[in-house]
Design a protein around this ligand. Structure first.
Ligand SMILES: Cc1cc2nc3c(=O)[nH]c(=O)nc-3n(C[C@H](O)[C@H](O)[C@H](O)COP(=O)(O)OP(=O)(O)OC[C@H]3O[C@@H](n4cnc5c(N)ncnc54)[C@H](O)[C@@H]3O)c2cc1C
Length: 391
């Protein structure tokens, strides 16, 4: 069963205006009708149907921050936060929508040519086009300088060879941003990385299987293959050799989104657990009357409150255009770790019922550990923090 949290409980967050709350109300109503009743079925069938992407697009919830000329409403980042949180309350499988709307689209909006923006962004908004960002390779995850996928210029095209893996939305994507090496002799080698916009019907492009995972079972994660794939030079995003710089510029928002979603998943676990132990009895008492349960709930609520205070402060700074990559990296690593810790405690309070396959609490427990890998593993995130604080 999918549960929803009470609305308006914590709407006194400083970045939320009346307009954000109206947006939140309408997304929540939309999801209650169009996603919540079908979520379990989507889990079993293996993912979100394309028809849902179009419905959510039709309602104007995708990329609301985009300029009016591309079909958006020029909304601020607070709307992206609301969208990400509301999707996460329903379930982590919907995170791919948030990645499309607030991770992939910003690359084109920031670095694309006017032609690229006109070609892709209006269809991102309507949900006619599903997007993905393909960086990780079978032999390369954290060390971006080791990218093996090559894109060599020839006769007005880049000839792309290589493979990408673990790509969210990759199985259904109509379009991908793909990190490639365009200069094999660049020193340092990361200066040879560029980003290409690659359409699904590009000759030489193919998809592998949809990857099974320990958690996020039915979310769309795929392998992509490029075998002499021929990509017009006009599909270069920004400038050649600037790929790593663009990725670094966008990392702040990506890590912040990751922390926001992870925090919401944790909050949902607390909510589910509190509801469960209010009803469940042991030793003739409701479990919520047992001191140990009260201690545990108090600890979890304190952690979540600390996380929420930290993240809300970062959201405000991000909205003000401040450079807070170090702090969002701290938030991403601390909150995803905290989330795993809390997930274990919540499962302990459910015991047997926390481990039944279809239950939302069990699903959260399976999904949460995977969030630590998004936007870089904990170790790479910590290395950046240590470097940026001068250590
Ligand atoms: C559900 C899911 C969705 C994903 N979606 C996408 C996506 O849409 N697009 C995409 O491109 N990728 C995606 N990824 C991939 C993700 O970004 C990578 O898993 C991540 O970057 C780590 O790469 P890796 O798995 O190859 O691990 P590796 O880089 O091989 O790391 C393995 C271990 O070694 C550690 N390690 C690595 N370097 C160091 C170091 N210098 N010092 C200490 N320890 C180190 C790591 O922390 C980790 O513990 C996704 C992954 C998952 C699980």
């Amino acid at each position: 069963m999918v549960s929803t949290m009470a609305i308006n409980k914590d709407d006194s967050r400083s970045f939320l205006t009346e307009e954000h709350l109206l947006f939140k109300q309408s997304i929540r109503e939309f999801l209650a009708k169009e996603a919540v009743p079908f979520y379990d079925q989507w889990e079993k069938e293996g993912g979100i149907p394309c028809s849902f992407w179009e419905k959510i697009g039709d309602h104007g919830f995708l990329c609301p921050w985009l300029d009016v000329e591309f079909g958006g409403i020029g909304a601020d980042f607070g709307y992206s936060v609301v969208l990400a949180e509301e999707l996460e309350i329903v379930g982590s499988m919907l995170g791919g929508i948030s990645i499309h709307s607030d991770v992939v689209a910003p690359y084109i909006a920031s670095f694309g040519t006017i032609d690229q923006k006109q070609r892709y962004l209006p269809k991102f908004i309507t949900g006619e086009m599903i997007s993905a960002f393909a960086l990780t390779e079978p032999g390369m995850g954290s060390e971006l300088a080791d990218i093996q996928t090559t894109a060599i210029k020839k006769d007005g095209h880049y000839i792309v060879n290589g493979a990408k893996t673990f790509v969210t939305n990759g199985f259904k994507a109509d379009f991908m941003i793909v990190a490639c090496k365009t200069d094999l002799n660049a020193v340092p080698s990361q200066d040879g990385i560029s980003l290409l916009l690659i359409d699904k019907d590009t000759p030489g492009f193919s998809r592998g299987r949809k990857l099974g995972k320990a958690g996020l079972g039915s979310s769309d994660t795929a392998e992509l293959f490029f075998d002499d794939a021929s990509v017009p030079v006009g599909n270069l995003l920004g400038e050649e050799g600037k790929g790593l710089s663009y990725i670094t510029q966008k990392l702040q928002q990506e890590r912040l989104m990751c922390a926001i979603r992870s925090l919401m998943a944790t909050k949902d676990m607390l909510h589910l657990t509190m509801n469960f132990i209010k009803e469940r009895k042991a030793f003739d008492k409701k479990i919520n009357k047992l001191k140990n349960a009260q201690f545990t709930i108090a600890e979890i609520a304190t952690d979540i409150h600390l996380g929420r205070t930290f993240v809300d402060g970062l959201i405000c700074k991000h909205m003000n255009g401040e450079n807070i990559l170090t702090e969002v990296s701290m938030a991403k690593y601390w909150i995803t770790e905290m989330s795993k810790r809390i997930s274990d405690k919540c499962i302990q309070l459910h015991d047997g019922y926390g481990n039944m396959g279809d239950d939302k609490i069990a699903r959260r427990h399976r999904d949460i550990p995977l969030t630590t890998f998004f936007t870089g593993t904990d170790e790479t995130v910590k290395l950046l923090i240590a470097k940026n604080i001068g250590f």
